[in-house]
Design a binder for this molecule. Structure first.
Ligand SMILES: Nc1ncnc2c1ncn2[C@@H]1O[C@H](COP(=O)(O)OP(=O)(O)OP(=O)(O)O)[C@@H](O)[C@H]1O
Ligand SMILES: [Mg+2]
Length: 300
């Protein structure tokens, strides 16, 4: 478990983090969510023991990262916000060095290279990699040594939409396969909501709220909105109003707008599928719930 209790971190007069408290359960994938300058990177660096807090308590799997930084960093993988890699070195050499530092084997290097999809680039110079592949290299470095905790600072920044989705899909697979506890910072909410199961919401250095998506969504009454295209809106609406996770249906001409509980998304899509093309020809997500949760949480 990762625990912050009343943590404050100041840089001169600015409090980058002020009296921040939250916890992240073991094995979960938490989003660290907030706009630019809200304290995301500062929080991650405090977790790694790279910064010293001014007050409060931090516990990473039972260790204090400032007092026991080496211990914490040994079981934690980190993808920094703007990593700097030596450029005139081959990918395989760089990963080999990191593997030695983390007591990982040559076999681990090829397994992880395959996992993040850079095996074809192993003999390329680091300087020849595109941004997307540099990001994969960063993930590979973070993953070497099979960390119990993975801290990813804006892993999709500067990537094209296709690469962003690939990286997030990769992170989900990693969570499933490695069972690590993952914290992923971002301000791009629609894509983050596809992978996280809990969130820490921060604004101007303060933790506004935190918890499972289930808890946050019901506390702030957030919904997913779908548009279901149909030739027969009335019949479709009759079919949907009594479904227990459907919170509202609105006729919009060629489609019906359906508001549902956030975690019922997959179930809803299966239901729509089963209705057949006459009743539901196409379905689109209209809005996400993570942005809604964030807006409502900071407004209260
Ligand atoms: N080394 C530093 N010296 C002085 N101020 C700093 C330092 N690092 C961070 N800050 C300040 O602390 C606040 C929080 O910064 P932080 O980098 O944690 O934000 P962030 O949420 O990661 O933002 P971004 O989304 O832009 O990466 C900002 O006001 C920033 O200017
Ligand atoms: Mg940052």
């Amino acid at each position: 478990m990762i625990v912050f209790k009343g943590v404050t971190k100041r840089f001169k007069r600015t409090a980058a983090l002020h009296d921040a408290s939250f916890r992240v359960e073991k094995g979960s994938m938490a989003g660290l969510i907030g706009p630019n300058g809200s304290g995301k990177t500062t929080s991650l660096k405090l977790m790694l023991g790279l910064l010293r807090r001014d007050s409060g308590e931090i516990e990473i799997l039972g260790h204090d990262p400032w007092m026991e930084g080496e211990v914490v960093r040994a079981f934690t993988g980190f993808l920094p916000e703007s990593p700097i890699y030596p450029r005139n070195i081959r990918v395989s050499q760089l990963l080999g060095h990191v593997a030695r530092l983390k007591y990982a084997s040559r076999f681990d290097v090829s397994r992880i290279a395959r996992l993040v999809g850079i095996e074809r680039y192993m003999e390329h110079q680091v300087s020849a990699l595109s941004r997307g592949y540099l990001q994969r290299l960063g993930l590979a470095i973070a993953l070497l040594g099979d960390p119990e905790i993975l801290l990813l600072d804006e892993p999709t920044a500067n990537l094209d939409p296709k690469a962003r989705i690939e990286i997030l899909r990769l992170v989900s697979i990693l969570k499933r396969d490695l069972g690590a506890t993952i914290i992923i910072s971002s301000h791009i909410l629609p894509e983050l909501q596809q992978v996280i199961d809990s969130a820490i919401l921060i604004a101007r250095g303060k933790v506004v709220d935190y918890g499972s998506i289930d808890y946050l969504a019901s506390k702030y009454g957030a919904r997913i909105v779908y548009a279901v295209y149909t030739r027969n809106p009335r019949t479709l609406m009759k079919r949907l109003v009594d479904v227990d996770y459907v919170r509202g249906v609105v006729e919009r001409g060629e489609y019906v707008e359906v508001h549902i509980d956030p975690l019922a998304g997959e179930e809803f899509l299966r239901l729509v599928d089963s209705l057949g093309g006459d009743l539901a020809s196409r379905v689109e997500v209209r809005s996400g719930y993570l942005g809604e949760i964030y807006e409502r949480a900071i407004a209260t």
